[in-house]
Design a binder for this molecule. Sequence first.
Ligand code: FAD
Length: 468
Amino acid sequence: STTSQTADVLVLGGGPGGYVAAIRAAQLGFSVTCIEADKTLGGTCVTVGCIPSKALLQSSEHYEWLRLHAAEHGVKVEGATVDLPAMMARKTDVVAQNTKGIEFLFRKNKITWAKGFGTLKTGNVVEVKDTDGNVTSWQGKHVIIATGSVPVQLPFLPFDEQRVLSNVGALQIPEVPKHLIVIGGGVIGLELGSVWRRLGAKVTVVEFAPTILPGNDDDVIKEADKILRKQGLEIHTGTKVTGADVRADGVTIHAEKDGAALSFDGDYVLVSVGRKPSLSGVDAAALGLALGQRGEIAVNDQMRTNLPNVFAIGDVVGGKLLAHKAEDEGVIAAEVIAGKPVHMHYRTMPGVVYTWPEIATVGLTEQEVKASGRAYRVGKFPFSANGRARTMGETQGFVKFVVDKDSDEILGCHMIGPHVADNLAQVVLAMEYRGSAEDIAITVHSHPTLSETVKEAALSALGRALHM
Ligand code: FAD
């Protein structure tokens, strides 16, 4: 049977982009329907991305800390072992707390969740087919496409989620692998590789680019490479994977480095070579919807597509594939629909790698500023010179500023160290206000805190660090 319904705003996809757009649109007084095919709301981030990966990173880091660092603090722990089913059950529970939380927010804001697979038709209609085959045709005044992204496959190594894993399989391996091969040394590969290494797997990372974490600041990449290798990750950069043999009990990866052949035998392989926009339910050609060069939906800075009253946000529009980017774009789309004169800007978009130590970055890297020809200064401060970091026994890493030579305006900030994901927020705020190193340097920071490293690095950019 087919029924017809209407709403002011239809949101296709219930990930961080879609569900936040739905909430903001509802706050602005619109009737909102969010179409989500999955059995829960939350999208990649909440179900198979940010949240479950951070749960496992936290649990595995506790285990590593007990084994390797507790004794330094005079805490004796004997016989710490991993109960993998319990760890996985906790992860599942944390995910459920978040998906239930979004359902609560939908009820609170009177947002309708149309459960089922949506297909966008011309005239701002989304046809939603539920698992029983019932079809509801939703007509909206405005449509926001938030269909997200999917992992890129290697043609000779398709995902089976048994031995050849995407992020989905790598978050639920039923045993600690003996040897996990990770193809791709970006954020997802290093985070999930770290989880399984801490739990006892040998982990080999194979990266095609000359370094891990391509695109990050050179100093941060060097430090991360050194620390991660010391932790036991085997890293092969400048190495191209050329083929694979998949067996019932494992996989052999063939690769090439500087013209020489290499091969790796593992029981599992994680392919984390990138993600691409998901246009499921969106036939761009039939709709006349314009796409960009990488197959992403083309939008302007108000998240408008080329089609009237059709917006797109999140991973499906490309750029940095980050949950907080998707959320902010969702807010912008909802506010533009409400007639507010707002637009998206990306200058202060932070990015974090949740390894331990963490890596956090905002703005331009030193090499980007150098290439632009702008005169600049660098300020740097190590965690080894920070009192709080010493009390914690967490002295690896540093904070680095890149500032304009004349005005001191902060152009970029790059950190590797304990809890830098949270420490970065003050710099993002300063940059949002077009702040300078001097602004941070004159700000009082509590002592002793890790946040003082930011003040000291800003002072260092001004040539007057106090504790170095
Ligand atoms: P998605 O979250 O992908 O949501 C899209 C939703 O749309 C899905 O639920 C899908 O089922 C639904 N959908 C698609 N098509 C249809 C259709 N036709 N009908 C109905 N429903 C449909 N980002 C961070 O900022 N921090 C992190 O720590 C982080 N960690 C990550 C770890 C991993 C392992 C991965 C894979 C990603 C991580 N990300 C992280 C990235 C983050 O998950 C994404 O940037 C974010 O989920 C994008 O949100 P979105 O709303 O655009 O799309």
